[in-house]
Design a protein around this ligand. Structure first.
Ligand code: ADP
Length: 339
């Protein structure tokens, strides 16, 4: 459906997007994820035709988009910097693109009603956009982007402005809606939770390049390298020397599930794999932090050797800050990273 072939975008001499290759299949939802400044928005703008491409090709449905202006690309955009028109009512906002594309007044009216039902705002045609909540405005923006039935829908931080609970609810709704409509989606977000909940596949970017591509489960279970692991929020990453089913690390010897690799590598120990034991067993640690996370407690542990460790433990019986504990590592929660 969408093919990016070695796409480069420059601002002056600097490549903000540096030779990206990416395929998005028909009806697939792909999220581009990465820290601020990694080139996500620039990539999206290049596909939309809002930013010239310095090298490579962008193909949509087999058609090379070089020289095709943004409004003729058949892509729907929901970008942060594209506010709703404050002086138009909801219907006026949603029908804007339809009327531009030459739909009759009656056809536009019917389509607007259909779209508003779809996004959960039936009958909102005459409401003033200024009187809508943030979540409702987001739904109107979505209806506006979907109105011309785009081949590809592109979302830039679609839920960025909303509070957490609303975001978590909307992201589930969006995924269901796109599935029902069969919409192909390319989204950009810095929020991994949002990307994982929304997408069939995620692309992690770093400094204009692809650091990793995979399903949310693949990326979560096997981060490609230290950068991706840290970006996903994993703190227990150290370098170690792997030999067979163990690695020498600053924390001492850590068992690893047989990875088939040896030599020096970055290692990730998931917090669930840092098992808290009575003091005197395994690696001696002090509990220096204790954060309530709803269904578990995240402990920050200061070991007698090596960097601090995060351990996730059950609520019941979690040690208090200041306590001394022992730590054993669960090899099934240790990942040998690339790079
Ligand atoms: P992201 O969306 O991941 O935050 P951007 O695509 O906005 O990243 O930016 C990528 C890089 O390009 C950043 O270093 C940013 O400073 C730079 N950049 C973005 N827009 C412009 C611009 N209009 N002119 C010059 N540099 C830009």
């Amino acid at each position: 459906m969408l093919v990016l072939d070695d796409v480069t975008v420059r601002y002056g001499a600097r490549a903000a997007v540096d030779g990206i290759a990416l395929d998005v299949a028909d009806r697939e939802i792909v999220s581009v994820l990465g820290p601020s400044g990694s080139g996500k928005s620039t990539l999206l703008r290049a596909v939309a035709g809002l930013q010239p491409v310095a090298g490579g090709r962008v193909l949509l449905g087999g058609r090379d988009l070089a020289g095709v202006p943004a409004h003729r690309r058949g892509v729907g955009l929901m970008f942060q910097d594209q506010q709703l028109f404050p002086h138009r009512d909801v219907a006026g906002n949603v029908s804007f693109g339809l009327r531009m594309h030459g739909a009759s007044r009656a056809a536009a009216r019917e389509r607007v009603a259909e779209l508003l039902s779809l996004v959960g705002l039936p009958g909102a045609q005459r409401r003033a956009v200024g009187a809508l909540s943030g979540g409702e405005q987001q739904r109107v923006a979505l209806a506006r982007a979907l109105a011309p039935s785009p081949h590809l829908l592109m979302l830039d931080e679609p839920l960025g402005q909303l509070d957490r609970s609303l975001r978590e609810r909307l992201v589930v709704e969006l995924r269901q809606l796109f599935g029902r409509l069969g919409t192909t989606v390319l989204a950009v977000t810095h929020d991994q939770g949002e990307a994982f909940a929304l997408s069939d596949r995620v692309v992690v970017m770093r400094e204009g390049r692809v650091a990793q591509t995979g399903t949310p489960v693949e990326v979560w279970e096997r981060p490609a390298d230290e950068f991706v692991a840290r970006f996903l929020g994993f703190a227990n990453v150290v370098r170690g020397t792997v030999r067979g089913s163990a690695a020498e690390t600053p924390w001492g010897r850590v068992g690893v599930a047989d990875s088939g690799v040896s030599g020096e590598h970055a290692l990730l120990v998931r917090p669930a794999g840092v098992r808290v034991r009575p003091a005197g067993t395994g690696l001696d640690c002090a509990v220096v932090g204790r954060t309530f996370r709803g269904d578990h407690v995240l402990l920050t542990l200061r070991p007698v050797r090596g960097p601090e460790l995060e351990s996730s433990v059950a609520l019941r019986g979690a040690p208090e800050a200041g306590a001394r504990v022992g730590v054993e590592f669960d090899p099934s929660e240790v990942v040998v990273l690339g790079g």
